[in-house]
Design a protein. Structure first.
Length: 253
């Protein structure tokens, strides 16, 4: 997998020389007669994500019984759960979990009066997997099995710490290199580190992937084109950008 696609750099420099000279023999801080040089170095690179997380919702309804709506939901949810489980690598870190289970009566309102409409049960199944090549088929199959909604897909990098450490190590070396260049050009010499601060962040890519099951829409009387409601099987992961920054100050003389 090709990781690094683009790199950009930003460098800032601040050079400060001492403003006070103490008389000979006076007690002082050991760094009091030194100026300091501050350098900042920022970098970014694009990497291909290796992990995706998405969720599908199963919504069932019944006019007469909450128990019946729940039973329908359980039957569909179990089938989808087992399908996901058998098609991801759970031994390699992939996992499935359920969230936001909700069962509630639905009412309509007319002339300030409330009228019972139906019982509704919703269950969300979250899939976390590194099998990016299977995402389209996982989503399509879950819809065929009765999933009523597909929520946004979140693409990320599993080894975030490792990627940041690599970038910060490179940025740290470049900070010192630039500091040496600036110090040398002014006739100064770096003699120590005053302070260093670092930061690293990733912009995890979110794809707004919304789908409403055609059967549910038809039952609700929607006039939306059923073809337009069909799921897209062409899902592109894109890239994730990693941002790293190092600010450092060095003592000079």
């Amino acid at each position: 997998m090709k990781k690094i696609l683009a790199i950009s750099l930003l460098t800032g420099v601040l050079f400060v020389m001492p403003s006070m000279i103490l008389p000979a023999g006076a007690d002082c801080n050991c760094q009091a007669d030194k100026g300091f040089l501050s350098v900042s170095y920022s970098a970014e690179k694009e990497v291909s994500p290796d992990t995706v997380e998405f969720s599908v919702s199963i919504k069932t309804t019944d006019k007469k019984s909450m128990a019946e709506a729940s039973a329908k939901n359980k039957e569909i949810s179990n089938k989808i759960y087992e399908y996901f489980k058998s098609n991801i690598n759970t031994t390699g870190g992939d996992y499935i979990k359920t969230s936001n289970y909700n069962a509630t009566p639905i009412y309509t309102y007319k002339d300030n009066k409330r009228f019972f409409d139906r019982y509704e049960v919703t269950n969300n199944i979250i899939v976390h997997t590194k099998s990016l090549d299977k995402v389209s088929s996982l989503i399509d199959k879950s819809i065929e099995m009765g999933a009523t909604n597909v929520n946004s897909l979140n693409f990320s990098l599993s080894n975030k710490d490792g990627a940041c450490e690599e970038m910060l190590s490179s940025a740290g070396k470049n900070v010192r290199k630039r500091a040496n260049v600036v110090a040398s050009s002014t006739g100064a010499t770096i003699v120590g580190v005053k302070n260093i601060s670092t930061s690293c962040s990733l912009n995890q890519r979110r794809t707004n992937y919304a789908y409403a099951n055609a059967r549910l829409m038809k039952a609700a009387g929607s006039s939306m084109d059923m073809e337009a409601a069909a799921p897209s099987t062409d899902i592109e992961a894109g890239n994730i950008t990693i941002y790293a920054n190092v600010d450092a100050s060095f003592y000079v003389k």
